[in-house]
Design a binder for this molecule. Structure first.
Ligand SMILES: *[C@@H]1O[C@H](CO)[C@@H](O)[C@H](O)[C@H]1NC(C)=O
Ligand SMILES: *[C@@H]1O[C@H](CO)[C@@H](O)[C@H](O)[C@H]1NC(C)=O
Length: 663
């Protein structure tokens, strides 16, 4: 892209006057070096052989890495960082010059801008073999402490990790490929650390952070002994072996990984004790590294060539540059039941495109977290529970939600206690799991269609009440020559060997159901049970497909949907009477057309409001905040109360275990 082209960079430099002691100039340099290190590391991660996700093409990563490095080089040519920005900058500066040694284009450019400051270029192999890395490198010495380096904000560790990648021998993109299985004779580690080595390599190469849940379990094991170590989380189990065993390199990596895993919390401004724990872990990592690699001549070289991914973990510890937005998150695992990640879609509808709000998956210490089944661990922000069942109790979330002051329930039933509540049945929130339809579809005209099938029956569990109705309707319809009720799942009269369950786990279960109903005039959509306001996605699947729903469930359905557009089985004195009515509708074309083309959604304030968490929903009938606005406003309000310290955490946070790691 043109504005990334090299020729524009010197203009930028002219505008920026870099003077000694100028804080803005030092910040600019800090930022430029951080960006250079980050995009360089991103480029190397893109060559990972472990299947790490690639969201942008390798060429574009290479391009931004080159541009960021050149920009940083030009800034560095104008300013002696050590002189202008103090001792904290000196290690970063030395690492940056080292980085340029490996980059011919970087060297050339800097020679043009500032010939006197261009370091001697040396071929990378000779450079490496000559141990030229060592004399200047105080990264492996007791002073300065790594904790201090970390808090100084200079990207020391990420620059070091990038230097390591650049000087990798043999040259390969993949850190894991280079290091898995390589054993340096100088490291006194044995087979006990092998598993830990492998897992930490994979975590490092994929940029993965050990999950907080694993840390929690690991720490509990150490403190309370209430987790079975054998079945416990592998990563930290092995970490413990590393820590307790005779291998200080494994210990160093283990503590660096621990600090990395904690840093999500560590970034939250109010987590003072988390800062302390992370700092202790970083200090322990430094102790381990000094023991493992020494701090004499050659030590830095040994660390860089060792098989342990210490620098890769340390490189992730730098505080983020850029604004610290409020983070809204959800679990990637919410997609496990039913295909598309409904939580992501819901979060995007409610919080997307808001100023100062950043949406990111799997940030367990986010400020606001949307969930149904995957609770964030050691969480201290606002929890939004979106119920897909009858109640929080059904979803096994009631105790947590009741006792957590920053919880909001969106669903058919409140959790009580300290939680807040928005009434909204799954019939509405199911739109977060639909890829093809929005609530707007519910007010669009419905043309009459000719359909070959009589009725469809699609459920996951074969409850007796709907099985009985299925048999009644199926035999009566057959008797009258209207067709049959077709079992689209393992219930009804499906042969026992038919297992169509896999459909439920396809890309979008709800979209599939709509598709399956399309060739039928009716769809039998019975709820699992009767429960207040428990109206789920089933009736909506039928409406969206154009089939007339045969519904059994809560009368709350009559507040949402037009009673002239579906058959409400509960309103008949018996199943038999309902079946009789259905047969009459099926054999009377005028009556059938009336049902099939009637507006679906009731034209009332409440019916419309229930869908208004979605952006593409029918407009409200009166002046009032949409559900989306009301929910976001309450979440932000709770967030601000939380920042004032009035909210407590769900569970024990990792810092409760700080005493495990005495300095
Ligand atoms: C160096 O970093 C420390 C934090 O480790 C900070 O307190 C100090 O102010 C920094 N010094 C300069 C000159 O920026
Ligand atoms: C819904 O009701 C409002 C008045 O309450 C009316 O103005 C509007 O036309 C109605 N819309 C439909 C689609 O019937």
């Amino acid at each position: 892209m043109l504005w990334h082209s090299w020729h524009f960079v010197p203009l930028f430099v002219l505008v920026l006057t870099l003077a000694k002691g100028d804080q803005a100039a030092c910040d600019a340099l800090k930022g430029a070096w951080s960006r250079a290190a980050e995009s360089g590391l991103r480029f190397y991660a893109s060559g990972s052989s472990t299947g790490a996700a690639l969201t942008e093409p390798v060429e574009s990563r290479a391009e931004s890495a080159r541009n960021d490095l050149q920009t940083a080089a030009v800034l560095a040519a104008e300013l002696d960082a050590t002189e202008a920005c103090g001792p904290n900058a000196s290690l970063a500066q030395r690492l940056f010059w080292l980085l340029l040694q490996s980059r011919e284009d970087g060297r050339k450019r800097i020679a043009e801008v500032s010939p006197q400051r261009c370091p001697e270029g040396r071929p990378r192999r000779a450079f490496f073999q000559g141990h030229a890395l060592d004399p200047e490198m105080s990264l492996l010495s007791p002073e300065p402490s790594w904790v201090e380096l970390l808090h100084s904000g200079w990207p020391v560790f990420s620059l070091a990790a990038l230097v390591e990648s650049e000087f990798r021998d043999p040259p390969t993109y993949s850190l894991a490929a280079t290091r898995l299985g390589r054993q340096e004779p100088s490291e006194e580690c044995n087979g006990d650390q092998e598993v830990f080595h492998h897992i930490s390599m994979l975590f490092a190469a994929e940029g993965r952070t050990a999950r907080l849940i694993e840390i929690r379990d690991f720490l509990r094991t150490q403190v309370d002994g209430d987790v079975d170590l054998v079945a416990g989380p592998q990563f930290f189990k092995e970490l413990m072996h590393g820590v307790q065993g005779s291998c200080p390199a494994a210990q160093a990596v283990g503590y660096a990984a621990l600090a990395d895993a904690l840093q999500c919390h560590w970034r939250r401004p109010s987590s003072h004790r988390m800062h302390e724990l992370a700092d202790v872990a970083v200090a322990k990592a430094q102790q381990g590294a000094l023991k493992a690699f020494g701090h004499g001549p050659g030590a830095f070289n040994v660390m860089m060539r060792s098989r342990w991914p210490l620098l890769s973990f340390l490189a992730r510890l730098h505080p983020r540059t850029g604004p610290s937005d409020l983070v809204v998150s959800w679990s990637s695992r919410e997609a496990e039941l039913g295909g598309t990640n409904w939580a992501q879609n819901f979060a995007k509808e409610v919080f997307g495109d808001r100023a100062g709000v950043h949406l990111e998956e799997d940030v367990e210490c986010a400020d606001i977290y949307v969930y149904r089944s995957k609770v964030p661990v050691n969480f201290g922000g606002v929890l939004i529970f979106v119920d897909g069942e009858r109640s929080p109790e059904d979803s096994l979330q009631e105790t947590l939600l009741r006792s957590y002051p920053a919880s909001i329930v969106v669903g058919p039933m409140a959790a009580g206690g300290l939680s807040d509540f928005f009434l909204c049945p799954a019939a509405s929130t199911s739109f977060s799991a639909r890829l093809l339809d929005s609530p707007m579809r519910l007010v669009q005209p419905r043309p009459l269609q000719v359909r070959p099938g009589f009725a469809a029956y699609l459920v996951y569990r074969c409850y007796p009440h709907r099985e009985r109705f299925f048999h009644l309707l199926d035999s009566a319809a057959k008797e009258q020559g209207l067709g049959s009720v077709e079992s689209l799942s393992r219930c009804g009269n499906a042969p026992p060997d038919i297992e169509r369950r896999s459909k439920r786990y396809s890309a979008s279960y709800y979209d599939d159901a709509v598709e399956l109903f399309r060739s039928f005039r009716f769809a039998m959509v019975f709820e699992n049970r009767l429960s207040p306001r428990y109206v789920t996605e089933k009736i909506v699947n039928a409406f969206l497909s154009g089939a007339i729903p045969i519904y059994w469930g809560s009368p709350f359905v009559l507040k949402i949907f037009n009673p002239m557009a579906f058959i409400y089985v509960n309103s008949f004195r018996s199943f038999e009477a309902a079946v009789e009515h259905i047969l009459r509708v099926a054999s009377d074309p005028e009556l059938f057309a009336l049902y099939a083309t009637a507006p679906v959604l009731r034209n009332t304030s409440i019916a419309r409001w229930l869908f208004s968490w979605h952006r593409n929903a029918p407009p409200l009938l009166r002046e009032e905040p949409t559900l989306r606005e009301a929910l976001a406003t309450l979440a932000f309000q709770k967030h601000h109360e939380g920042l004032r310290g009035t909210l407590t955490a769900v569970e024990r946070r990792p810092f409760d275990y700080a005493h495990l790691f005495p300095p």
